[in-house]
Design a binder for this molecule. Sequence first.
Ligand code: SF4
Ligand code: ZN
Length: 357
Amino acid sequence: MAPRTCALCENAKAMLKRPKTGQQICRECFFYVFETEVHNTITQSKLFQPGDRVAIGASGGKDSTVLARVMKTLNERYDYGLELFLLSIDEGITGYRDDSLETVKRNQQQYDMPLKILSYDELYGWTMDAIVSQVGRKNNCTFCGVFRRQALDRGAAMLHVDHIVTGHNADDIAETVLMNIKLVMRGDIARLGRCTAICTQGEDTIRRSKPFKYAYEKEIVMYAYFKKLDYFSTECIYSPDAYRGHARVFLKELEAARPSAIIDIIHSGEAFEVREEVKAMQRVQQTCKRCGYMSSNDLCKACTLLEGLERGMANAGITDRGRKQLDLQGPAPDNLRTIPFFKIPSGNPIIAIETAS
Ligand code: SF4
Ligand code: ZN
């Protein structure tokens, strides 16, 4: 059978079947359509302003590595006028994050972007290895997720950036919609609205967005493969996340039956709108009394989790019962290790960035 020609340029030999559309296309056309779709997402959502300083949340994995490459390409091709940085969080997971950070350091040189690495140890006084040795393998991702979210904001503040972009892709967002459906049943549709938003920003946080909101995971893998990008593909050694695992398997089955299912689910999530009276009932955001980070309670989640760790009652930050037990022990001691006070800085950045070695 004669080789097919590319359905887009009708010239070169088709090398792949595009997961999103099923079209048989050549490599160059694939790169072009993939990048152009991300560019369209960026421009339609008006994500950036010329002169913005943008930190790319970089883990060394495929999504963030492709994001760094595509952001660099689009910034140059369309003259966005952005100053790009790599921002990595070192959770302190031996045999996983230490290796993936080596990939990020190579990416720093390959893409010629300044890199800042901020570690949990530096910020919270705890590595994930130490946390797991205290809490076990059940709630470790709760600690890690809360600590990472705050660490990214703090790292971005140190870099004085206007914006953080992350490599969350369409599959991640569709999975989150599926996992949040139960919240809709309970009437908590605000969270569903937030998970499909391309860009989020609290009053005291840095703008955060997902330029890969409509990019399929399979296409990101293909892009990394055909561009021969240098990325790290090992799973975290503490990764249980069974619930997301179920949503992921279900989504893959839906995608196999109908590739548009991923985008359809995102559009369904987007269609939920929060009524004004519901918005008015939501808790007012304030700042954490201990560390100054945004919070809907007196203490932010990270401070609560950290206090539980420090006082040897790790579940105090996880369950109401744990918190009550901790409260019975009396107020936190004065010498409790806490997170440095958070403030979005103004003026020029003073933080040292990693230098390529
Ligand atoms: Fe952290 Fe859990 Fe992800 Fe590992 S799998 S990096 S512990 S959130
Ligand atoms: Zn706090």
